[in-house]
Design a protein around this ligand. Structure first.
Ligand SMILES: O=C(O)c1cc(C(=O)O)c2c(n1)C(=O)C(=O)c1cc(C(=O)O)[nH]c1-2
Ligand SMILES: [Ca+2]
Length: 709
C-alpha cells in the first residue's frame, strides 16, 4: 500500500482554501475530510469507494474471506432486478453497507448491500430521443461518491449531485451543448472537491473535453478540450495551439473528436489527473485532416492538473488515428520494479492492441508490446514512441479488414491488477472490422443529427458472399489475458470461444472474477487461470464485478445486463448465446442460498416476413446504404439485432403499415426511436423498409432450410 503523508497535508490545505472561497450552501460536505477519505480508500477494504476502488484504479480487493479453498461454497446472497432492459455497465460503489449502482438511461439505485433492499432510486428522466445520439446504447458506467453525495453523468449530458442518504437532488448542471450529439456514459471522478466528467459522441461528430465542477455548488471550475477548435476563433490555451499544428484542413466542421468517454486516474503524489482520449470525428483521417498530421490529442493519454485543467504531458498511442482507436481504455497506476529500478507507471491496453507502460510523472514510454494479434503495425519504435505501421493500412479504397477493428483488442471493460502476482488481467478480444471509404459521396462531409464515421463499416465493407461473414463471426473471440507488465508477456490465457466477456476483479483470496460470454459469472485461480466456480446470470454481463464486506461477511457483486456497443452495432456478430437483457444486480457470499426466478427459453425464431420485397436492386442497394448509415448503430449490422433493440426483420404487419409514421414521423420516439425527417425522406424510408424485408426473407429462408435438415 502507498502512503501519501505530504500530499495529504497539501490536499487538506488546498481543500480548506477552496472551502473558504466557495459559495456557502446548506450542504453538509466537509471537503477536507471527504477528500481525505477518497485518498485513503485503500484503508477501507470493506468498501468500494471510487470507480476503480482506489485512485490508482487497480480494481483489486484486499478481501480474502472468499478464497481458492472455499469458493465452491459461493452462492447467491441476493439479486435486484432493475426497471430497464438495455445495457448495464456500472461498477457499483459501496459505502458502509450501501450500494450505489446505475442501470441504463442513467437511473441510479441505492440498495442495502447486505439484503438488496431498495433504499431509493433516482431517474433523471432522460428524453428517450437522446438514444439516437448514443453510439453504443444508453449505458452508464456508474456514480462517484464524495462526502455524503453521489454524482451521476446522464446520457443527455447532465452532471447530477444527489444526497446519498435520501437520493434527493442537490444540483444538476448541463455539461454539453444539447444541439450536438454529446452523451455521457462514463463515471465521474471526484478529486479535491472537484467532480471531473467527460463525454462521448466522437462517432457522431463532436469536439471532446473534460470539465471539473465544484462538488458542493456545481459551479464549473475548468474545461480542458482535447482537440483544437477553429483556429480563427483563437485557442483556449497553449496546449491547443500546439495541438492545432498537428491538424490539417477544416477538421472543426466535423468536431474533431477526442472524447473522454471512460477512463481517468488520479495520482496524488504528482498531483496529476490522467485522461484517456478517444478517436477522431470522423474516423477517416483523410476526411478529417487531409490524411496529414498526428492530430493531437486524439488516441492519447493526457496528464493535466486537477486544480486548473492545465496541460502537463501527453503520450499519443495512435498518431493520425483512423480506425476508432480510442485511448479511453482503463488507465491503471502501479509502482513496478523494472530493470532493478522502482518505476511509477501508468498502464493501458487501448483499442489499438498494444499494452503500454508509461512513466506517469513524465509521460516517457517505458515499454510497449502487442497483447493481441494485430495487422496494422509491426511494433512500437522505442526511440520515437510511435507505432510502425504496415503498408496500406490507411487505404480504404477497397474493403480493408483490420485487427483489432473498431471494437479494439480491449474495450472499456475494466481490467484488474493483482499486486501479489504482479499481473494485469485484461478482458482482451479478437475483434475484426472492415473499413471502406464512403460509397455515398454525401457521406464525405459532416451531417448533423446522425453518425459521421467518414468510413463505411462492417455491413457495407464486409462482403456478403455466403461464407465470409460466418467466417468473420468465428474469428471474433474474447479471452482473459493474465499479462505481466514487466516482461510484456502473457503468463496465462483463458479462451472464451466467443466475444462479449465482462470486466474483471481480482481479490486477495487468489481469485479472479469475470462473467463469460455465455452468461456465467466465473471464478478463476488468479495464478493459473484454472476455472474454480461459476453461476449462470440468465443474461450476459459486461460490467466489472466488485467485492465488499458488510458485518464481517465478504460479498462479490456484479451488475449484469447485455447491451452496449456490441449488442447494438454488431448485432448478430455477437448474439450467439441469445441471452435476453435481464438488467439485475447479483450478489454472492459463502453459503448464499438465494435463487433466481425460473425463466422460459426465449424464442429467437424469425417469423415469416410481414411483407414482400417489391423494389428493384438499385433501390435495395440504396436501402442498404441508408440503413447502415442511419440505423446500424442501434439495430445492428445487416439488420441483425444483438438482442437489446428490436430486430427489424421480425417487424409485424402493423409496424410495416406504420413505417413512415415511425421512421419519418417519430411515432415511437417515447421508446427511443426518433423520427428521421431531417435526414430521410419518404423514398428513403421505403428503401430501408425494402432492404429490411429482403434481409427478413433471407433469414427466414436460411432458418427454414436448416429446420428441414
Ligand atoms: O468515441 C466516443 O465518443 C465513444 C463513446 C462510447 C460511449 O460513450 O459509450 C463508446 C465508443 N466511443 C466506442 O468507440 C466504443 O467502442 C464503445 C463501446 C461502448 C459500450 O458501452 O459498449 N461504448 C463505446
Ligand atoms: Ca469511439
Amino acid at each position: 500500500m502507498i502512503a501519501y503523508p505530504n500530499i495529504f497535508k497539501i490536499v487538506i490545505i488546498a481543500s480548506l482554501l477552496v472551502a473558504c472561497t466557495s459559495k456557502s450552501t446548506d450542504s453538509n460536505i466537509e471537503k477536507d475530510s471527504a477528500s481525505a477519505r477518497l485518498l485513503n480508500a485503500a484503508s477501507e477494504p470493506q468498501n468500494w469507494l471510487t470507480h476503480g476502488r482506489t485512485y490508482d484504479e487497480q480494481r483489486h480487493s484486499p478481501l480474502d474471506q472468499i478464497n481458492t479453498a472455499n469458493v465452491n461454497d459461493l452462492g447467491l446472497a441476493w439479486s435486484f432486478d432493475m426497471t430497464t432492459k438495455r445495457g448495464v455497465e456500472a461498477t457499483p460503489i459501496v459505502v458502509d453497507g450501501v450500494m450505489y449502482v446505475t442501470g441504463s438511461w442513467s437511473i441510479v439505485y441505492a440498495l442495502d448491500a447486505k439484503s438488496g433492499k431498495l433504499l431509493w432510486d433516482y431517474d433523471p428522466q432522460v428524453d428517450r430521443a437522446t438514444a439516437v445520439k448514443a453510439c453504443c446504447d444508453v449505458v452508464n458506467r456508474g456514480v462517484a461518491y464524495y462526502g455524503g453525495n453521489v454524482y451521476l453523468g446522464t446520457i443527455d449530458g447532465r452532471l447530477v449531485a444527489l444526497d446519498a442518504t435520501s437520493g434527493k437532488k442537490a444540483w444538476d448542471v448541463l455539461t454539453v451543448d444539447p444541439t450536438k450529439s454529446y452523451t455521457i456514459t462514463g463515471a465521474p471522478r471526484v478529486i479535491k472537491g472537484k467532480v471531473v466528467i467527460g463525454n462521448g459522441g466522437a462517432e457522431m461528430g463532436v469536439r471532446g473535453y473534460v470539465s471539473a465542477y465544484d462538488a458542493i455548488t456545481g459551479e464549473m471550475h475548468w474545461r480542458f478540450y482535447t482537440v483544437p477548435g477553429n483556429p480563427a476563433d483563437g485557442f483556449e490555451n497553449d496546449a491547443m495551439k500546439m495541438a492545432a499544428a498537428t491538424w490539417n484542413g477544416e477538421w472543426w466542421k466535423w468536431g474533431g473528436g477526442g472524447t473522454v468517454w471512460d477512463s481517468m486516474a488520479y495520482d496524488p503524489e504528482f498531483d496529476l489527473l490522467y485522461i484517456g482520449v478517444g478517436n477522431g470525428s470522423p474516423w477517416n483521417h483523410k476526411l478529417r485532416s487531409n490524411g496529414e498530421g498526428d492530430n493531437l490529442f486524439l488516441a492519447s493519454i493526457v496528464a493535466i492538473r486537477p486544480d486548473t485543467g492545465d496541460y502537463v504531458w501527453h503520450y499519443q498511442t495512435t498518431p493520425g488515428e483512423s480506425w476508432d482507436y480510442t485511448a479511453t481504455q482503463h488507465i491503471m497506476l502501479a509502482d513496478l520494479v523494472i530493470e532493478g529500478k522502482l518505476r511509477k507507471v501508468l498502464m493501458q491496453a487501448p483499442k489499438n492492441g498494444f499494452f503500454y507502460v508509461i512513466d506517469r510523472k513524465t509521460g516517457e514510454l517505458i515499454s510497449a508490446n502487442n497483447y493481441v494479434d494485430i495487422n496494422w503495425a509491426s511494433h512500437v519504435d522505442m526511440k520515437t514512441g510511435r507505432p510502425v505501421e504496415l503498408p496500406g493500412v490507411r487505404d480504404f479504397s477497397e474493403p480493408k479488414v483490420i485487427t483489432p477493428g473498431s471494437g479494439g483488442g480491449h474495450n472499456w471493460h475494466p481490467m484488474s491488477y493483482e499486486p501479489e502476482t504482479g499481473l494485469v488481467y485484461i478482458p482482451a478480444q479478437n475483434f475484426l472490422a472492415s473499413y471502406l471509404d464512403p460509397q455515398d459521396p454525401s457521406d464525405k462531409q459532416y451531417k448533423p443529427d446522425t453518425s459521421n464515421l467518414g468510413v463505411d463499416m462492417m455491413g457495407l465493407a464486409a462482403p456478403d458472399q455466403p461464407g465470409i461473414r460466418p467466417a468473420m463471426r468465428k474469428m471474433f473471440n474474447s479471452f482473459i489475458l493474465a499479462w505481466d507488465p514487466i516482461t510484456q508477456k502473457a503468463v496465462w490465457q483463458f479462451d472464451h470461444k466467443d466475444v462479449g466477456a465482462s470486466g474483471m476483479v481480482a481479490t486477495a483470496g487468489g481469485l479472479l472474477f469475470q462473467a463469460n460470454p455465455q452468461g456465467y459469472l466465473t471464478a478463476y485461480n488468479s495464478r493459473t487461470g484454472e476455472k474454480l466456480w461459476s453461476h449462470w446470470l440468465q443474461t450476459n454481463a459486461m460490467a466489472a464485478p466488485i467485492s465488499y464486506q458488510v458485518d464481517g461477511e465478504q460479498y462479490i457483486a456484479i451488475a449484469a445486463g447485455w447491451g452496449g456497443g456490441y449488442a447494438t452495432i454488431l448485432g448478430g456478430l455477437t448474439a450467439q448465446y441469445e441471452l435476453k437483457n435481464r438488467s439485475r444486480v447479483l450478489v454472492y457470499k459463502l453459503g448464499g442460498t438465494s435463487k433466481l426466478p425460473v425463466i422460459e427459453k426465449s424464442n429467437f425464431a424469425i417469423p415469416s416476413p410481414a411483407g414482400m420485397v417489391t423494389a428493384d436492386n438499385t433501390v435495395l442497394h440504396q436501402g442498404m446504404l441508408l440503413y447502415h448509415r442511419n440505423c446500424q448503430l442501434c439495430h445492428g449490422d445487416r439488420a441483425v439485432s444483438g438482442g437489446v433493440i428490436p430486430d427489424l426483420r421480425k417487424s409485424s404487419k402493423a409496424v410495416h403499415d406504420m413505417w413512415p409514421g415511425i421512421v419519418i414521423g417519430g411515432a415511437l420516439k417515447d421508446g427511443g426511436m426518433v423520427g428521421f425527417s431531417n435526414i430521410l425522406d419518404m423514398k428513403d424510408a421505403e428503401a430501408i423498409r425494402q432492404y429490411i424485408l429482403q434481409e427478413a426473407a433471407k433469414a427466414y429462408a436460411t432458418q427454414s432450410a436448416s429446420e428441414k435438415k
